[in-house]
Design a protein around this ligand. Sequence first.
Ligand code: ACM
Length: 688
Amino acid sequence: MKRNLTNLFILLIALLCNSGKLAAQSGITPKPLYEEQQKGTFTLNKKTAVYTNLEGEERTNMLSLLRKSPLKLSKKGKLNKKNTINLLLVDKSEEFPSLESYQLSVSSLNITITATSGAGLFYGVQSLLQLTNQNKEVEAQKLPAVLIKDTPRFAYRGLHLDASRHFLPKEFIKKQIDMMAYYKLNRFHWHLTDGAGWRIEIKKYPLLTEIAAWRPYDTWKEWWKNGKKYCTKENPKAQGGYYTQEDIKEVVAYAQARFITVIPEIEMPGHSEEVLAVYPELSCSGKPYVDSDFCIGNDSTFTFLENVLTEVMELFPSKYIHIGGDEATKKSWKTCPKCQARMLSENMKDVDQLQSYMIHRMEKFLNAHGRKLLGWDEILQGGLAPDATVMSWRGEQGGITAVKAGHQTIMTPGEFCYFDAYQDDPSTQPEAISGFLPLKKVYSYNPVPDSLSVDERKLILGVQANVWTEYMPTLKHTEYMIYPRLLALAEVAWTAPERKSYTDFYERALKAIPFLESRGYNAFPLKDEVGERPVSLVRENHLAVGKVITYKNKYYQNYSAGGDSALVDGLRGGWAYADHRWQGFIGKDLDVTIDLGSSMSIHSISADFMQIIGPGVWMPRNVEISVSEDGTTFTPLKQIDNDVPENKEKLIFRDFGWGGNVTARYVHYVAHQNNKGGFIFTDEIVVK
Ligand code: ACM
């Protein structure tokens, strides 16, 4: 019913927008649902006072935030008096379809924000702050009169930060919470545990923070390459840290005052090397530094996890507790006697069901304590727990499957929501995991797949950006990856689709960069953006386009780039191997013959490859190019050995080609697998 009201409200607003009233361009991000220019200006000055009918803690928090805001509003005012900002809780009505809805009216006399909850008033204040000039101290500033009516598209608007791979101090977390609130995000997903370090004090299990929170390596990469070892804080090389329970309470309260719910994530059953190093009895091998998955046959695993979650629930009031669930290898379970015994006694046919058994048990435990289980989409494997909510990261399919089974979901697909990908031409950027996610692509995301019915759509709670920090060794680097992409995500999450426009947003994002910098945030300099790989933007019409290509070995199905014609379709790849333009081969050579249809004069034959060693993408060991008139006897033209160093960490492209003059009908192009194993990728065999 509430959703229907929301839809009705949006429809009414859309009608209003077209009613001939003067639409305002307030410059607010995320863009409000409705803005109407009014006559006159309001002068904000030192005498501007604040009146609110909020009570209790919400009142104290609100007044304190306004006092500390750049506007330094501390004068107490009276309702509707001149030069007063009124913050008024009003009764629920159709005008306010959600508790987060608000209306903001700036007139020449005063400013009034109305909402049906503290959250709504808070968002009205964030919009007001954005209407003001916060970059310099001004004696008095004039605000154009405006009427804004606003409501969020989604109830869940999230940011995830990975504090395991590189520890993120609580001050950094609070700083990001400030900006989340400013852009009306309301869920902070705190990735507190993972192989690279346990980050939350658990009183019952002190080794988690005495040892598993520290490692003798500065960066995740060094730790990963050198045996994934931990140490104590006393080790002179110790790097890492953890949040004490007092730190956690402080962050949770800080976020709460800004209407942000903090959702803790405790990883299980995979990504748990750090736990199993200090409590090896919870692993299948019983030895440290062997397993990454908990042993599910062992009842002490459940005792441990339930004890941990008990302390976690005491610290986090969030309804959702995230239990991870992603990327368990499930390897040791196949031979572990305890896991096998559990599978036998529970009548399970595979290890997916064993994982599902564990998630079901954890859900029961959380439910018994009044909480709800949230997990990455692998929790669908082997059967989803009855009340679980799915966070869809491996594309949208997990979310779609969950919704079709009647479960709620949060969309966070890698392609649009993973802020660990490059945001611009990789040669101009700090190292990233791989991929290419420019601002425009984040902005283009629609979290509601077209394939869903009206009822199914209601189960999409919202959307979240994920910041995995493997390749972000410094806090500055982490911020650089977050901003300004977080603004685009905020608009995806808040703004009605019919109000979105990238050109309009881009102008606002450009202006946001100096603002973010003035507040001490390290943002990507959007004005210098290069954009997509230039060759990928135009179709190249060379001699092989549309010709018959024969493969000796099949490409890898998930990286088919559209199939057999991909290497002769005139379409070049972008900066990311997963952009459906690059064709991948693993364990096999790329070995193709192109029939040009008739004998012709050829001057060059070439293909580009890329190397990005994080995900295991390598240059070919060497390439052999030959031609033939009859398709049987081939004349070698060139053999090219790879000369790209294998320790070159950043993404690099290289073309392997021949140039000269030859007449031929058939082109044979062979790229041999690299000795490293992994993938080789190319996007086009260009014949000219
Ligand atoms: C994930 O990115 N492994 C959830």
